[in-house]
Every structure is written in structure tokens, then in C-alpha cells.
Design a protein around this ligand. Structure first.
Ligand code: OXD
Length: 312
């Protein structure tokens, strides 16, 4: 393994923290921070990436695996020149826990009218909001992978009625499982607070649109902590403006950073966070990546390998 090197490309993850994590675990692997502007044939054994420039990975030679710095891999698979090497995504207890914290925080905020209350406070209005009972409140989670299931389990103690929608049915006691396009309508019709945690794939792009929003009950709320591409933004604004949707939390957007002229910034029913629902922890995630490298050297596959045709 001596002489191996790793290239790290990310416009947003802290390179020094990642370098320190790899130096501590695998000091023999060279660590290079790059913008991805490689000369053709640059040697790299490993690439650890978030939004690498299209075509950058294809210029590397000797690549054994690409590691996404996030749970999602759409930022890599959008590259038409993605090389024929294994791709691994992040599955990590701290990333999962961070997402569940965010989901619990915002489900509670919508259920208890927090954003409405803060707006009344800003106007100097004393205007109590009577929240429904939690056990009369139906939360629906789009995407029942690692994160969706963890969020469901952490929401359950509050008493919510929890359902989830996924491609295949899940056998999990805390959620009522809906599966496949045939059951999407029934899932939406019983959902007061919709949480999107889906991977972004051709099948899920634009899944939150005027037709699906119309299937939610009157005054439903929407929380998107997955990808901006899941939402047709103009449809969401229209559903907020006509009063069908009562409130929204958005962590992700079609264009990031969110452009200054986006109507979301100043919309009274929208809470915005800057793609920070959950951040990948270098110390714990590097352990999994180093373990995957050992498996590949031994002729195996990386942990949490992405099925390229499925996109997650
Ligand atoms: C992720 C993300 O994919 O941070 O993990 O968006």
C-alpha cells in the first residue's frame, strides 16, 4: 500500500479536518487537496469528493474507488464521464443522527406553529396557535433508507402517526410502509407533515410538484432536507401562496447557494437553512473509508457501495 495517494475535492468540506483524519488512520497514504483540474493521466488511487467538476475523475489513472463525501451521490453521477470504478456513499451514525435532529426539530416546529409564532412576535402580536394533538398529526417520510428510518424511530416517542414511502416495502414497526408509485397518492393523502429524505434519481426528480402537493391535505407542511431537485420550486411557491400548504422548511435548493433574488428568502411561510441539515463527520467517516480501502486491496468491494444503475 505504500506510495498510494488520495485526492480530495470539495468546495465545502474542510480539507484540513479530513487530512488530519486520514493522517491519523493511514499516514502512509498521500493526501492532496485539489480543485479537480488534473492533467490527463494524473495518478490517484482514491478520490474523496463532493461536487467534483465534470470530467475531473475521468482524467485520473489508477483509481480504485471514488468516495462521496455525502450520503447522496447525484453530485457525482451527474458527471457523464464518471469512470468505471466503484463508488461508495457515506453511511455514518453521526450523519444519520444529525439528520434526525434536523427532522425532529422541524417536524416539531411545524406541528407547534413555531414559525408562525415567531412571525407574530416580530409583528408584536399576541396570537396563540392551538396545535393539534401529536397523535392526531400524521408525519410522512419520503425515503425510508438509513436516515428515513432513524428519523421515524426518533419521532415516534412524540406520539405522531408515522408513515414512509419507498420503492420497496419496509418491515419496520414504527412506520406504516407505502411502496412504489401506485401507493404514493395514498401516502400523501394521509400526510400532514411531509419530510423528503429521498436520494435524487431520475425517478425522484421533481417528485414534489403541483400534482403531488395537491394530494396533501389542506394546510400540510413540507420539509425538504434531501435535494433541491426533488422540488419544482415554482409549484411549491404557488401552493404556499394559494394557502394549500401552510409552511415549508427547505435546506436544499435547485441552485446553491440560493440566489439573492429567490422568492424563498422573504416568503413568510418558508424557513430556510443553507444545506446544513446534517454534515459528514471526518473523524468517523474516514474510518469507514479506510476500512473500504483495505477491503478493496484484499480484492473485495467498498462498504456502502452505490448501485450505479439505481443511483443510491
Ligand atoms: C449528503 C448531503 O448527501 O450533505 O450527505 O447533502
Amino acid at each position: 500500500m505504500s506510495g498510494e495517494n488520495l485526492v480530495f475535492i470539495s468546495p465545502s468540506d474542510p480539507p484540513r479536518a479530513w487530512e488530519a483524519a486520514f493522517r491519523g488512520l493511514a499516514p502512509e497514504i498521500g493526501f492532496t487537496v485539489s480543485r479537480g483540474d488534473f492533467a490527463e493521466g494524473t495518478h490517484a488511487d482514491w478520490a474523496v469528493v463532493w461536487k467534483p467538476p465534470p470530467g475531473a475523475l475521468a482524467r485520473l489513472s489508477g483509481l480504485k474507488c471514488v468516495f462521496s463525501l455525502g450520503a447522496g451521490v447525484d453530485h457525482v453521477l451527474g458527471d457523464p464521464q464518471f469512470p468505471a470504478v466503484p463508488l461508495a456513499r457515506v453511511v455514518d451514525p453521526y450523519l444519520t443522527a444529525g439528520m434526525s435532529e434536523y427532522v425532529v426539530l422541524h417536524v416539531l416546529a411545524h406541528h407547534r406553529g413555531l414559525f408562525r409564532n415567531l412571525a407574530r412576535q416580530a409583528e408584536g402580536h399576541w396570537s396563540p396557535f392551538a396545535a393539534k394533538r401529536a397523535d392526531d398529526t400524521r408525519v410522512g417520510i419520503l425515503g425510508l433508507g438509513e436516515m428515513g428510518l432513524d428519523a421515524a424511530r426518533k419521532l415516534k416517542p412524540f406520539g405522531y402517526q408515522i408513515a414512509g414511502w419507498s420503492q420497496t416495502r419496509k418491515d419496520e414497526p414504527v412506520v406504516e410502509s407505502f411502496a412504489g408509485t401506485g401507493e404514493l397518492g395514498a401516502f400523501l393523502a394521509r400526510t400532514d407533515i411531509l419530510v423528503c429524505l429521498l436520494p435524487l434519481t431520475p425517478a425522484t426528480r421533481g417528485i414534489i410538484n403541483s400534482s403531488t402537493l395537491a394530494l396533501l391535505p389542506e394546510s400540510a407542511s413540507v420539509i425538504n432536507a434531501a435535494r433541491g431537485g426533488h422540488v419544482i420550486e415554482s409549484d411549491l411557491i404557488a401552493a404556499l401562496d394559494d394557502g394549500h400548504i401552510a409552511g415549508v422548511t427547505l435546506d436544499v435548493f435547485q441552485t446553491e447557494p440560493l440566489p439573492p433574488d429567490s422568492p424563498f428568502w422573504s416568503h413568510p411561510k418558508v424557513a430556510i437553512t443553507p444545506h446544513m441539515a446534517s454534515l459528514t463527520d471526518p473523524r468517523s467517516t474516514a474510518i469507514t473509508m479506510v476500512e473500504s480501502m483495505a477491503r478493496i486491496r484484499a480484492g473485495g468491494r467498498p462498504l456502502y457501495e452505490v448501485e450505479l444503475t439505481r443511483g443510491y
